[in-house]
Ligand binder design. Sequence first.
Ligand code: AHG
Ligand code: MN
Ligand code: MN
Ligand code: MN
Length: 335
Amino acid sequence: MKNNNLTLGEFIIENQKHYKYTSGEFSRLLSSIKLAAKIVNYKVNKAGLVDILGAAGDTNIQGEDQQKLDVYANNVFMQTLINREIVCGIASEEEDNYVTIKGKHGTNENKYVMLIDPLDGSSNIDVNVSVGTIFSIYRRITPIGTPVEQIDFLQRGNQQVAAGYVVYGTSTMLVYTSGHGVNGFTLNPAIGSFYLSHPNMSFPEDGKIYSINEGNYVHFPQGVKDYLKYCQEEKDDRPYTSRYIGSLVSDFHRNMIKGGIYIYPTSSIGPKGKLRLLYECNPMAFLAEQANGKATDGYKRILDIKPTELHQRVPFFCGSKNMVDKAGEFMAKYP
Ligand code: AHG
Ligand code: MN
Ligand code: MN
Ligand code: MN
């Protein structure tokens, strides 16, 4: 562990020099995310002791059964940002539509919108496996002081100002980029502060881990089946190791540290894939590229896709550059 005296708060202030318009608004936004993450972390760590496990009883816009912690995490992030009037709009995996933040006088002068997957890996909550939060920040494109519009949220991922995730794991970490590399901060729960523990995180160019839900194998496109056969072949440094947690945040985090590829492809049962472009793929793709990794939909760069709807799904191939390129070679045989 290096630089373990620098807190996330200090790091944010020191890095303000990177931003062209240093009004402090972006720094305050990151501080609000940090606060919400600590609140959710507190609850996640008490799961099993307090009544926070299990289904909430509703279905979200994605057609998924919401878990109590999905709803709780969504409320914490929404309320923390709304009460502090720190963004002008928020879109969430758990909300049907984006939320406009009006401010005290009916308007607000903030320039950022945030998109969020409040609780990633819902299916792992009840069994004490790591879950996460994913966030993505853009500068609005409609005029400041007017209500936000859908086009503020439907920007290409290459327009992101910042993106990151929190992983509530063996320790709780906040990992983020604002376009100047990726840095990871570990929460010291005794003190309640995040400390810079993983400066300049980077995917190894090659890896030996592949992460995919192989239970869906028969439904996968032929290019994915062929790539999996390649991963399993006994040749050179193969076979690779299969590791799949089922929480994108945790699978990504492990692969970034150890080297690997995460794939959630299209399939005959999910023709568009499963993961959401705005709340999951774009922020993870931005992080991946900032950490010398790569993210595609099997063919083209995720960050160049023009979104058409808030809850849009896309196939996702993400991780060590050479592995994503190799998977792409197999996909290209079946355009
Ligand atoms: P969420 O819990 O936010 O709905 O996301 C679940 C996602 C992702 O975290 C994970 O990698 C993937 O769904 C797992 O899907 P399968 O259970 O189909 O493998
Ligand atoms: Mn969900
Ligand atoms: Mn998710
Ligand atoms: Mn979620």
